[in-house]
Write a protein that binds this ligand. Sequence first.
Ligand code: SF4
Length: 273
Amino acid sequence: MPSDRDPMERLLSDVQKYLAQQQELNGELLLPTRPRVDSEKTKTLSTDTGHPAPTQGESEELFPAAPVMNPGRLPGMQYPAEAWTEAGDLQGLNDMICTCLKCSLGQTRKKFVFGVGNPQADLVLVGEAPGADEDLQGEPFVGRAGQLLNKILEAIRFKREDVYICNILKCRPPNNRDPQPEEIALCEPYLWKQLELIKPRLILCLGRIAAQALLKTSESLTALRGRVHDYRGIKLMVTYHPAALLRNPNWKRPTWEDVQKVRKLYDELTAGA
Ligand code: SF4
């Protein structure tokens, strides 16, 4: 009996039956496909894997950028987890630490003595702690010892403003006693941060206590002088403290020899800079 369906309808019906049989025999039909676009999430499917290609935001989630390390941190130093370690400049650092009371010297100081000089100095001078004049004025190396230091600097063609001058301790120990190890341990990280911000090429330690504290050694001043040490990648030299020269003028000659070497090394380190 002739079908009352038109030929096109019959053809479509046959094709559907054929496809249904093939699907039953072979499973999912493997037909070439174009990359699909998910209209809801507007994600393109990868033609290589069939997995959704990640959006830019997802790429960042999958492969987060490496954390930005502070490139200036002194290597190997255990900075305390405190806000001042993120200070962006010397003034900001001073403002954040000038009320410090971490050790007992904070109770007895008259003025906090942060440091003074060129914030981009290639040469940083480090002493041990403020004395009476420094405690009164809030500036390191003033008074007679400071005036002598200025003369020493002039002798090797530096003005005080060319270099940066500071101490390990920012507060005066009573009666100018030596800094205690625990005071140095608490205060030295502030110096690390100062050095991190200034990025000097050379440090000159003034006196045994500063040199021993920075170099973590018990060697004598005599043994430490005349050599170029390494302080976390920064060259370091050692000479007498100006206050010691006031007490013993015989040490002026060896100090002169030391600072001549400092000037020579400074010129080598800054040549072409
Ligand atoms: S000496 Fe240093 S650690 Fe002690 S109170 Fe002063 S700034 Fe703080």
